[in-house]
Design a protein. Sequence first.
Length: 132
Amino acid sequence: IPFYFQILLDESYNILQPQSEEVIDERIIDEAVKKALKHRLYFEHWFTRLRKAYEGDEFSFVKDVLNLASESQTISSAEIVNFAAAHKLDDSYKHLLNALKYDGYLNNDNDVKTYRFNSPLLREWWRCNVAN
């Protein structure tokens, strides 16, 4: 997560510097988020890692899970089980879900049956660049 704070601070600095401003307000943060999301380099490796690690039904499953989590902001355990069944991964999907958790894509800290992206920035980038 500190990586994303660094991105926002860098983008905020780039916005403030030419204007000789010193205060980061909501307007600056909103603009920094928009600029950060345009930099594929900041986020592309998240998708590339999955592409290299998984193939076939496993890749389709993790992509479907992340797509829905990005579009809906959350994904339920029941929806994940449905994706697993659709991809014929009934017996092996849990290790894929655990990998998404441990690699920093998703968490279910607030509710064990509901998953969400760890980073709102990554979620928004995924929604705009992978899910659609």
